[in-house]
Design a protein around this ligand. Sequence first.
Ligand SMILES: Cc1ncc(COP(=O)(O)O)c(C=O)c1O
Length: 414
Amino acid sequence: MRICCFMVVLFMDHSPLPDRAAFPLLAANPELVWLDNAATTQKPRVVLDAERRFYEESNANVHRGGHRLGYAATEAYEAARQTVARFINANAQEVVFTRGATEAINLVAYSWGGSELKAGDEILLSTLEHHANIVPWQLVAQRTGAVIRPIPLQEDGQIDMTAFADLLGPRTRLVAISQMSNALGVCPPLEQMIAAARAVGACVLVDGAQGIAHQGVDVAALGADFYVFSGHKVFGPTGIGVLWGRAELLAQMPPWQGGGEMIERVSFDGTTFAPAPRRFEAGTPAFAQTVALAAALDWLAGQDRLAIAQHETALYQQLADGITYLDGVRIVGTAPGKGPIASLVFGRAHPYDVAQFLDERDIAVRVGNHCAGPLMQSLGLSQGTLRVSLALYNTTADIDALLAALEDTLELLQ
Ligand SMILES: Cc1ncc(COP(=O)(O)O)c(C=O)c1O
């Protein structure tokens, strides 16, 4: 079976876009099969260079220095905001820098949720959400008396749209939904969901933490109110992420953290706040990482995105086809139109044991509940799954190596 699979793979091979050589960690570890991209992506050299160059040539705090370096750093920081805005098709004043997707959702929950929600209001969350898109809402629900209503899934992992329609109503104030499930790769029908939510006057937050690297986003076309993502999952550095919010909503939202740079004037008689986005960026921001995030997005925007999407889809299909030859292995969540993420379960073998065997062969995957506890509970998967998540630098050889290692591992464990 392995030979036959390899021949199919040779036949369908298209050159990976772009090459592993562009990623220093992958180049330095030619044996490494990195299939944990949903946790974090490896960084291209241009991103590492941009961050190092900033520290070497322009390092100064932003929005405060009365000197040339300070002006240059501020210019680079604000240029990065423009780059993010271009990448997601937004106005730069609607781009707020955060530490990541988690902080961005907490910001919206605390600021928008804390000021807008009242007892009895309803927040609809899909069952496939990451904890980052659940817990902040639970916290604000506790404070305000709002109620969380989970949207159930169909058997294939897709949103149950009939149930969603039933849950929507005049009490619905917010629908928070992922662009792509980090655990299953399933992509909810955002267009329909956003239209339905808006029809009842609800706001919509889209968690783009996984979707951004594979599908990008056009927030102007999306029609949501908030969109969030993390830099490190889209080939950028850690410690930097983005909240995009509609200008009219950001303008009304109160600050959520106080400190330097988010103010207009401070006195002991009272303080007034800067307009968005600075009102939400208290303290020294991660300016070097912000510049490197812009380098990552510029780099990605310069790639052949369609070819990348086709490449990732082909790799996913190679994996799904290969899995059918392995006894007792199943992909959970088979809804059409999925992203390149596969959650595997095994007949008798525990996902942790399988992952350990794979690690011995330098194949990195993730196991567990993937910070999606309610999803795993709804699927009855108490052991969680073994997740294979792909990125543009993965190759057919990576999938071959994984399938071969799974075959050997399962011979021992099943
Ligand atoms: C769908 C989704 N949302 C939110 C997050 C949180 O991202 P971060 O930990 O970078 O803030 C993740 C991280 O895995 C995710 O996959």
